[in-house]
Design a binder for this molecule. Structure first.
Ligand code: HAM
Length: 424
């Protein structure tokens, strides 16, 4: 029986993988400009890390984690997101003591969530994310959002919508929490079991429930913005002021609740407004998570970040009909005629590659016409044709597939000729 790929995962094949490589390169360039450094953390972590950070009342923790016991009977989990790992690493490596502050990091790698697969939703997906830890300047909130926005804009996307909200500090959250309990409690019997469990533990999660989304009480629920204390309100105002200074359009939406528990103050998402993007329009999400370092046993350090999946970025490119400028070209294809010339191209190919050129030859014993076709198919810039006669005279015939121009040159000068065809 044939074995197929697991549900919600995908193979990224040649032809498609070039887009990923282009995006990865671009992301690194942007991070460099914004001065974020790469961090690589393990694919799995102790399960406890996600319980304490993402939150044990969230869908991610309750329903979506790939958790297993290893042979030493430890409970481990394939990371569903990157923030918890980065913050764990920050604490473990005592990065708060580093000379250069704040610590600005980025990551790129696979994450795993047992979700119902659909367009834009995978069980293994690749997240690019950044985390800035050690500053509670609202300007860094704006910087993080600007970075995310720059990523999309640099790819040519324009149908973007940045939505921001403030979830306030602890005091504001407590006041809002009490108001939410008062709002939902009398009718909690009409809500799903998850929501019933969340009422006392974490009523804000009710606002994020997928099942009860249409319940009338959802629309009339007390807004967090009405419960912000003075500090939180001022913080949020500054964030908005800085976004305006950065020329980034945004809308405030007090209903924006993120699916993870660690957020305080700023929360944001960038949506695609492209037609035909599909039901899930969120391209990226993030926010501030002051207090998270302490939750996992470290010293206090404020932080903010976001993550986006490459899968959804690609989907938005498709929805906006954007072709990435991929230039996949091969410098030269060696065409040979006759046994001796064919043998000779083995060494010649090696010489070209050692000189830094991308080069290919025929491995299927094809006729000359088919060899030209093969060269065309891989977008070779030049073909170099070697027959018995040329070989005897130490010559080779080089043809530009772009202009059709041909030149016969000495084999020893082939590398130079390919690097500067016009000079020959
Ligand atoms: P999140 O909202 O859970 O936040 O995920 C962030 C992004 O990951 C989403 O906006 C989406 O692009 C992508 N994503 C999530 N689930 C899937 C899926 N099943 N398939 C494809 N893409 C998906 C976080 O993960 C936070 N760690 C973000 C953050 C960083 N907050 C602060 N720092």
């Amino acid at each position: 029986m044939q074995i197929n790929i697991p549900r919600g995962t995908q193979d990224i094949l040649p032809g498609e993988v070039e887009k990923w490589q282009y995006i990865e390169k671009k992301l690194k360039e942007i991070c460099d400009r914004f001065q974020y450094n790469e961090i690589r953390t393990p694919i799995f972590e102790h399960t406890e890390l996600f319980l304490r950070s993402v939150g044990d009342t969230t869908d991610i923790v309750q329903k979506e984690m790939y958790t297993f016991e290893d042979r030493g009977e430890r409970s481990l989990t394939l990371r569903p997101e990157g923030t918890a790992s980065v913050v764990r690493s920050f604490v473990e490596n005592k990065m708060h003591g580093y000379a250069s502050q704040p610590i600005k990091l980025y990551y790129l790698g696979p994450m795993f969530r047992y979700e119902r697969p659909q367009a834009g939703r995978f069980r293994q997906f690749v997240q690019f994310g950044v985390e800035a830890i050690g500053s509670n300047d609202p300007a860094i909130d704006a910087e993080v959002m600007a970075l995310a926005y720059t990523v999309y804009e640099s790819m040519g996307l324009s149908k973007l919508k940045l939505v921001v909200n403030s979830l306030g500090d602890k005091e504001s959250r407590t006041a809002h929490r009490d108001a939410l309990i008062g709002h939902f409690k009398p009718s909690i019997g009409e809500f799903c079991r998850d929501c019933q469990n969340r009422l006392e533990k974490n009523p804000m999660r009710i606002l994020d429930c997928k099942k009860d989304r249409e319940h009338p009480l959802m629309k009339t629920a007390p807004s967090i913005l009405e419960y912000l204390n003075e500090d939180s309100r001022q913080y949020f105002e500054k964030v908005q002021k800085y976004l305006t200074a950065l020329n980034i359009p945004f809308v405030v939406d007090s209903n924006l609740v993120r699916g993870l528990d660690y957020y305080k103050h700023t929360a944001f998402e960038i949506m695609s407004e492209a037609e035909g993007f599909g039901a899930i329009t969120t391209l990226c999400g993030g926010g501030r998570y002051d207090g998270l370092t302490e939750d996992i046993g470290g010293p206090a350090a404020p932080g903010i970040g976001f993550a986006m999946s490459i899968e959804r970025l690609l989907a938005s490119l498709k929805a906006e009909n954007i072709e990435l400028p991929l230039d996949k070209q091969v410098d030269v294809y060696l065409v040979s005629l006759g046994e001796e010339a064919k043998d000779y191209t083995v060494g010649l190919l090696n010489t070209l590659r050692k000189a830094g050129l991308s080069a290919e030859r025929d491995y299927l014993n094809r006729k000359i016409k088919a060899q030209f076709k093969a060269a065309d198919r891989i977008h070779a810039k030049y073909v170099a044709v070697l027959g018995e006669d040329e070989l005897q005279n130490n010559k080779i015939n080089v043809k530009s597939l772009e202009t059709g121009e041909q030149k016969e040159i000495e084999i020893a000068k082939l590398v130079d000729a390919l690097k500067d065809f016009a000079a020959f």
